[in-house]
Write a protein that binds this ligand. Structure first.
Ligand SMILES: Nc1nc2c(ncn2[C@@H]2O[C@H](COP(=O)(O)OP(=O)(O)OP(=O)(O)O)[C@@H](O)[C@H]2O)c(=O)[nH]1
Ligand SMILES: [Mg+2]
Length: 321
């Protein structure tokens, strides 16, 4: 048997991903991101082999230094002998374009490391939704054997919140400021934070901000975890050891408290239902579009001849017939 397996074969591609082959990994990620049927077939093969990676969400306001932090943190995990996957959901991603020279140089030291794989997802509104696609990308990186997967999101829209749900550990990155940060954090983002990073700690007010966070936020959570506040200077790669320690400690906490299993079940439920919703919706809409019902019903609702609920029932009825 000298014949090499066809590179296009799903089975061969899945096998190569499991061995950590970078080219196969890129190819499969493209298939998965484009919603290709072969991509889904490969996912079927890969999924049972996953669940080993620690998924870390890095979220926070625009410009707080998330990308810089992700790179510095990736390097720290490499120093610890871990392989790293990076997923950036960022339309203006410095991973691909528009990066400042200093950022690019910093990045090159990582992109040339075979133990690191970086995937930037600039495709908003991709087929099946951003969150679904991101989950698939994470699954593929996990199958490729990445120990830690860092996922950067801006943390604003619904999609981002869903993605944060996917992470085992979420780091919320804030910056020293005038105090409105605390209101923002209090207003909701803290619910998703397992670790708070006050980045740009080289700037004035970093100490005050960190102290205010300690005073105004309830850091002791009901599940027994205490949210650490870590001052970082991502541009200088400072405090990355402390941050990586906190992430590993949180993973240990999840493991020993049973949180890992509970979260896995919740995630499974969410992903299953989301996939089912997409499939049902996809079918109904495709059919209604093909037979012209969709446009008729839209017109009827717009002209107030039908209310949206009745129109929706007719849409579903029509797809059965
Ligand atoms: N002074 C200082 N600047 C930093 C630090 N970390 C990042 N920056 C700078 O802040 C700017 C934004 O950094 P990014 O890493 O692109 O921030 P981001 O949160 O990923 O930004 P978006 O993805 O656009 O939301 C860049 O010019 C960084 O060099 C830091 O610790 N101190
Ligand atoms: Mg960024």
């Amino acid at each position: 048997m000298t014949k090499a397996p066809s590179t296009g074969s799903g089975q061969a591609l899945a096998g190569r991903v499991l061995k950590g082959d970078r080219r196969a990994l890129s190819r499969v990620l493209s298939l998965v991101e484009s919603g290709d049927a072969q991509g889904r077939a490969i996912m079927r093969r890969l999924y049972p082999k996953t669940g080993q990676a620690h998924v870390v969400g890095i979220t926070g306001p625009t410009g707080s230094g998330k990308s810089t932090l992700v790179f510095a943190l990736a390097k720290e995990f490499r120093r610890r002998g871990k392989t790293v996957g990076v997923v950036a959901i960022d339309p203006t991603s410095p991973y691909t374009q528009g990066a400042l020279l200093g950022d690019r140089i910093r990045m090159q030291s990582l992109t040339s490391d075979p133990g690191v794989f970086i995937r930037s997802m600039a495709t908003r509104g991709a087929l099946g939704g951003l969150a679904a696609t991101t989950n698939d990308v994470i699954t593929v990186l996990d199958a490729a054997g990445k120990d830690v997967i860092l996922v950067e999101t801006v943390g604003a829209g619904q999609d981002e919140v869903e993605i944060v749900d996917t992470a085992h550990t979420t780091v919320v990155v804030s910056v020293p400021g005038a105090g409105d940060e605390i209101q923002t954090l209090k207003a909701g983002i803290l619910e998703i934070a397992d670790i708070l990073a006050v980045n740009k700690a080289d700037q004035p007010r970093a100490d005050i901000t960190a102290k205010q966070l300690h005073v105004f936020l309830t850091l002791d959570r009901e599940d027994g975890w205490t949210i650490p506040i870590i001052k970082t200077v991502a541009v200088r790669e400072e405090s990355m050891d402390e941050l990586a320690d906190a992430i590993e400690k949180h993973r240990e906490f999840l493991r020993s408290s049973g949180g890992l299993e509970a979260a896995a079940r919740q995630r499974a439920q969410r992903q299953l239902l989301a996939a089912a919703r997409r499939m049902v919706m996809g079918r109904i809409l495709a059919q209604a579009e093909a037979n012209g019902h969709l446009h008729e019903l839209i017109d009827a609702v717009a002209k107030r001849q039908l209310d949206p609920h009745t129109a929706a029932s007719r849409l579903i009825e029509a797809s059965r017939g």
